[in-house]
Design a protein around this ligand. Structure first.
Ligand code: SF4
Length: 534
């Protein structure tokens, strides 16, 4: 068997049924996610060839490629999904490396959903613990070393002993991770915390296992320097086009049907700092769309994030991206966009760079103008905004509520979701050790609660029109089941909103007791609704 096993828990190691957005469903407390929904809809099993996963999360593919580039053989390294871990580990295993996103349920979306729902362990946390129970007991038997890395590694500080973690790895893997692995294999001392060095672009190897949902990275880092952000601490780079196309072709050749670009802001591709590069972004989309068509793959190219200021600087590029892919009201795109706050004071203090080249006081208008541009181009964004900046005043929350009202009155199509601020490890605010308000909804100021409700209400209304466009599943029965589940989720959101509007203590008094995890509870609470609507 292999010397080095690479894996992740089931909330990370899945294809989310082709819809990465389903990953957010796993951020809910597991008592609110029926097992059937979690394991068959949100996080289905990844197929394998023998023990090896047929595809894997992109970051794990990169780690595997780095080990092979550093001299390990393919037989030395195997990527296995969590259900195969117990079979893959034996007396030959020397290293088990685990990629983590949200192992303790502290990522902003999870943190917020837990607070809104009245607490409880999230599916992400549950799955991490399940995996670590298996790894820990096998470690006692075989004595291998455990390395844990990935964006959620900060959540595990102080838990190393509990989970049997030998090395907590932060930062970029390509250069440093293979060195750490070699040291461990040679029996050398390795510090408990390792920070991976930034990797020059020419030292980042191409993936050799296809990536889940066709994800391929186009930029790394972000130059806007928002104080609550982790990726901004990484040096900003854009990957050369030939590297991107090689990875896409590799995926397509190996049975992956989609193309999705990983970036903190798709319009930053090819930028020099914050000097945007219109030609580079246009060329990227032209080349990738042509490639997709040549391979007979869908020519709607997914991308995760974009920013309002970039869009207003590169208005022509937003239109170009829409035209070249043929986006329409029936086939729109759904990027995630940070709105963060409607208060220029908060912008100036915590995320001045996000408004660049404009000033903090221009921010509300930047958001409204960008929203119009997005919607005119069939981009229906999910705007997220932050509740809980350490010194946020009632006036700051009122400014954000007013901005949401402006979006509504302009006919904005998309979502506006509040996120409770949590000082993620490695961010500027975490380093400053500031005081944060309570994550208990009832303890927030009335203005903060009103601000949360304003965004949730607009999201609920727009979800009704957008649900059908988000759920694009060919199988008619599955499509109807998913649509009915979505409609049930929107009803639940509306009932949460009206409950909290009446009395914020309802979260602790009532919502905290809801449990639809078991098949019995599911049958009682959800199935009649689904069946009725079929
Ligand atoms: S714009 Fe987004 S990715 Fe860039 S620093 Fe700000 S929050 Fe981070």
């Amino acid at each position: 068997m292999a010397k080095i096993i690479l894996t992740a828990d089931r909330a990370v190691f899945t294809d989310y049924h082709g819809a990465d957005l389903f990953g957010f469903g796993l951020c809910l407390p597991y008592r609110l996610v029926p097992e059937l929904v979690q394991y068959h809809i949100l996080s289905p099993k990844v197929p394998t060839r023998g023990l090896r996963a047929k595809y894997a999360p992109y970051a794990i593919c990169k780690v595997e490629a780095s080990l092979i580039a550093a001299g390990f053989s393919r037989d030395d390294v195997v990527i296995v999904p969590p259900r195969m871990v117990a079979k893959a580990i034996d007396g030959d295993t020397e290293i088990v490396a685990i990629h983590v996103l949200d192992p303790k349920g502290l990522a902003p979306v999870t943190w917020t959903l837990k607070a809104l729902a009245g607490g409880g362990k999230s599916c992400t946390e549950l799955e991490f613990e399940k995996l670590m129970n298996v790894v820990r007991s096998l470690k006692e038997k075989y004595g291998f070393k455990v390395i844990v890395g990935g964006p959620g590694n900060w959540q595990l500080r102080g838990y190393e002993y509990k989970y049997g973690i030998d090395v907590l790895f932060d930062g970029e893997a390509e250069l440093t991770f293979p060195i750490i692995v070699k040291k461990l294999l040679n029996g050398e001392e390795v510090p408990r915390y390792v920070k991976g060095e930034p990797t020059p672009l020419d030292k980042i190897p191409l993936i050799i296992t296809p990536s889940r949902n066709g994800l391929v990275q186009i930029t790394r880092g972000c130059p806007r320097k928002c104080h609550f952000c982790n990726p901004t601490m990484w040096h900003f780079r854009s990957f050369p086009l030939d590297i991107i196309t090689e990875e896409i072709e590799f995926n397509l050749k190996n049975g992956i049907e989609n193309i999705s670009l990983v970036t903190e802001d798709v319009l930053l591709y090819g930028a020099h700092g914050l000097k945007l590069n219109s030609d580079a972004v246009k060329k990227l989309f032209k080349v990738v769309v042509d490639l997709a068509r040549r391979w007979g793959a869908p020519d709607k190219i997914g991308f995760s994030h974009v920013s309002c200021a970039s869009a207003l600087v590169l208005k022509d590029v937003v239109k170009y991206i829409t035209d070249i892919q043929g986006l329409s009201d029936v086939e729109p795109t759904f990027p995630q966009v940070g709105l963060e706050s409607g208060s220029p004071r908060i912008v100036a203090k915590y995320f001045r760079g996000k408004a660049y080249p404009w000033k903090p006081e221009d921010w509300p208008s930047i958001v409204v103008e960008a929203a119009k541009l997005f919607n005119d181009s069939y981009w229906y964004p999910c705007f997220t905004y932050i509740i809980g900046f350490p010194d946020a005043t009632p006036d700051d929350y009122i400014a954000t509520t007013e901005l949401i009202d402006r979006l509504k009155s302009e006919g904005f199509v998309g979502w506006t979701f509040p996120l409770l601020l949590i000082p993620m490890g490695g961010t500027i605010i975490e380093e400053e050790k500031m005081n944060f308000p309570s994550s208990c909804i009832a303890k927030l100021s009335q203005e903060a609660i009103d601000c949360m409700i304003a965004g949730c209400k607009l999201s609920a209304v727009n979800s009704k029109t957008l649900a059908r466009r988000v759920i694009r599943i060919k199988n008619p029965l599955l499509s109807r089941i998913f649509s009915n589940l979505a409609s049930h989720a929107i009803d639940a959101l509306e009932s949460w909103i009206s409950g909290v509007e009446r009395d914020p203590n309802i979260v602790d008094k009532v919502y905290t007791k809801v449990d639809i995890r078991s098949t019995r509870e599911l049958t009682k609470a959800v199935l009649p609704v689904i069946v009725k609507k079929l």
